[in-house]
Design a protein around this ligand. Structure first.
Ligand SMILES: *Cc1c(COP(=O)(O)O)cnc(C)c1O
Length: 396
């Protein structure tokens, strides 16, 4: 049996897990406007892994509380044509377009939903660029929870339709994601709803670690490199946490080199990694909406992990992201959204820049489906062909 508690990633204070505790109260006092969250909490684990363990055993809510929707256990596959094209024979795709709501966010929503059922909480509120909202709405529907969603009004339509389809209360915000984030926090402070805001609710980091554990079990070892599309840095933090847990239990002896990939149009973490601190945020503008954030909420933890474990950052311009999206589709049949394609775009740029050996074992995190944003993909596709009446209309 394992015991779980919260530990502050800044001051190291420990706290019992409680629905009311989101960030370290002591470090939160130092929070300034326009900077990443202070006092991000991570899960500390004590005890021994049970025999025949799986990823759920490493999460702080016991099995009976999870909803029945099948989250996680996504394929890790070897794309033969992409390996041939790039010359990297140990390249793998971790395909989270296969999640029930078609994005990686389901991993966090799954744990949050189980936590709510354990604690008798009936409503969850979330601010999101789109995927976390759609995910909480879908996973929440399977768990029988009420979901309230704050999204920037210009989020891709498919993600908004998903929220309505799953029966959540959709509140578009006249502003950007950061405005939606602030409004949703005001809402959860006024109501009994639990916040699923990414980075703010520590369960979002913990839930997102499961992919690392799956990768380890699928490969039978830790990979050398993992390329991670990065906005707020919570997927990055979660994957670090997963490998960290595996190391704590003596299952691996090194943490893979993580490469955080951002869009050049939303480069705030990359910039801070170079400069050493977060300067005032540059407004984001990128086709990769899911990694478009002005203030990376998990930024301090991201910098700490990247420094401690020799991680790296790379930025890819929007044209590179769209080209990577198309190349991935042409050569693998996997159609992912632009944010997810940045993992491949980052690999294409990073393999030379970081002098990655041809035999290195590399995993690209493919975090969301392309059908969520067909307008983005259409930007570099030819126009849809004109309808025909007879084969005479075709050049054969
Ligand atoms: C949210 C998201 C990301 C980035 O995750 P962060 O935790 O914000 O860094 C990447 N890709 C997709 C598809 C996402 O939905």
């Amino acid at each position: 049996m394992l015991n779980f508690s919260y530990k502050c990633t800044e001051c190291g204070r420990e706290y019992p897990i409680s629905p009311d505790l989101m960030v370290c109260p002591s470090c939160e006092a130092n929070q300034k406007a326009n900077e990443p969250l202070r006092g991000t909490l991570e899960m500390a684990i004590e005890g021994h892994l049970p025999d025949g363990w799986d990823a759920l055993d490493l999460l702080p809510v016991s099995r009976e509380y999870y909803p029945d929707i099948p989250v996680g256990n996504t394929p890790l596959w070897a794309p033969a044509r992409l390996r041939q094209l790039t010359g990297y024979n140990n390249l793998f795709l971790k395909d989270d377009t296969c999640e029930p709501t078609f994005s990686y966010k389901d991993r966090a929503s799954f744990l949050v939903a189980a936590f709510c059922r354990q604690h008798g909480i009936h409503e969850v509120a979330v601010a999101s660029t789109g995927n976390a909202a759609a995910s909480m709405a879908g996973v929440g529907a399977s768990a029988g929870l009420s979901i309230t969603i704050f999204v920037p009004k210009n989020a891709p339509k498919a993600k908004l339709v998903q929220c309505l389809q799953y029966g959540s209360r959709l509140i578009p915000v006249d502003g950007i994601y950061d405005d939606a984030f602030d409004l949703s926090l005001k809402y959860t402070r006024k109501t009994k709803a639990l916040s699923r805001n990414t980075a703010y609710n520590p369960l979002t980091i913990e839930g997102k670690k499961t992919a690392a554990i799956e990768i380890f079990r699928q490969l039978g070892k830790a990979p050398d490199y993992v390329f991670i599309p990065t906005g707020d840095g919570v997927i990055l933090a979660g994957i670090y946490k997963g490998f960290h847990d595996l190391m704590q239990f003596g299952l691996i002896d090194k943490i893979p080199i993580m490469v955080a990939v951002q869009s050049s149009g939303s480069p705030n973490l990359c910039k801070a990694f170079e400069k050493g601190n977060f300067a005032s945020p540059v407004p984001s503008k990128t086709v990769a909406d899911s990694i478009s954030v002005d203030v990376p909420r998990c930024g301090y933890l991201a910098l700490k992990n990247l420094r401690e474990y020799g991680g790296m950052c790379i930025c890819v311009p929007d044209e590179g992201i769209l080209r990577a999206q198309l190349e991935l589709s042409y050569n693998t049949g996997l159609f992912c959204e632009p944010a997810a394609a940045s993992a491949y775009g980052g690999f294409l740029e990073g393999k030379e820049k970081f002098e990655i050996g041809k035999n290195a074992c590399i995993v690209l995190m493919i975090t969301g489906s392309g059908l969520k944003d067909i307008d983005a993909a259409s930007k570099i596709l030819p126009e849809l062909p004109k309808p025909i009446k007879s084969l005479d209309d075709l050049v054969l």
